[in-house]
Write a protein that binds this ligand. Structure first.
Ligand SMILES: Cc1cc2nc3c(=O)[nH]c(=O)nc-3n(C[C@H](O)[C@H](O)[C@H](O)COP(=O)(O)O)c2cc1C
Length: 222
């Protein structure tokens, strides 16, 4: 594993989408560290309504290559992480989380009672509006972002992937029959076999607005 010397800002700047990988495996300790950082990502109401399926066996990666219509990443990268959005897991018992918050002194009893009730009401409202999937996907995407940055710091390359057939991905990871689970993103992880240049970003004043959409940062700074 590369020594950890990169700042978050450096990792953000250095990360590139890498599509070709060396066959070298990702050391188990590095993968473990990466997954530990992934689950540090915040989630709405701390519901932690996303899971990560680590696919590293040949069969699973071949399945994901099929599910992605032959993208090179699952064929070449030693690991593909599948970020699963759990649209219904807010209904589960969360006392394991509340117990940690209680014993760590993060939340007191009163707060836990309020938070628990408010989060359920919030989710019920999402359910009514058909937004459960969207909100679980948001949480999964933040975890995926954390993974991409943490991997960069470890000298590992990544590629986010949207290009897949959801039913096929679900089948490959053994949830073909689960309507309550959705696929948010695939992220390949491995050592790069190519150097990618920065493909460019639009000018800051085209994408950053102050106070209202369309109000350019530069105009407001005057
Ligand atoms: C949500 C998301 C899905 C993406 N899906 C794919 C994909 O399926 N295949 C692929 O080769 N690149 C995919 N990309 C990579 C983008 O093409 C890449 O991020 C973009 O060109 C900017 O390059 P950079 O990541 O090196 O800054 C995806 C990126 C994002 C954020």
């Amino acid at each position: 594993m590369t020594s950890h010397t990169m700042s978050v800002a450096d990792a953000i700047r250095a990360r590139r989408t890498v599509r070709h990988y060396l066959p070298d495996p990702v050391p188990e300790a590095a993968l473990d560290a990466l997954l530990g950082l992934a689950v540090e990502a915040p989630t709405s109401w701390n519901l932690q309504d996303r899971s990560i399926v680590v696919v590293s066996a040949d069969e699973g990666r071949a399945g994901l290559a099929w599910a992605t219509g032959g993208q090179p990443q699952p064929q070449e990268a030693p690991v593909v992480l599948v970020f699963v959005a759990e649209t219904q897991s807010w209904r589960d018992d969360h006392s394991d989380v509340y117990e940690q918050a209680r014993s760590g002194g993060a939340w007191n009893e009163e707060f836990i009672a309020m938070f628990s009730a408010a989060s359920q009401a919030f989710q019920e409202d999402l359910d009514q509006r058909g937004l459960l999937r969207e909100y679980a996907v948001k949480d999964a995407m933040i975890a995926a972002s954390f993974v991409m940055l943490a991997a960069t710091e470890m000298g590992l390359a990544t590629s986010p992937m949207n290009g897949w057939d959801e039913a096929k991905v679900k089948k490959v990871i053994g949830i073909g029959d689960r309507d309550d689970l959705a696929i948010a993103l695939l992220v390949s992880v491995g050592y790069p076999a190519e150097e990618r240049r920065h493909p460019g970003r639009r000018a800051r004043d085209r994408v950053v607005h102050r106070e209202s959409y369309g109000a350019r940062a530069a105009e407001n700074a005057r």
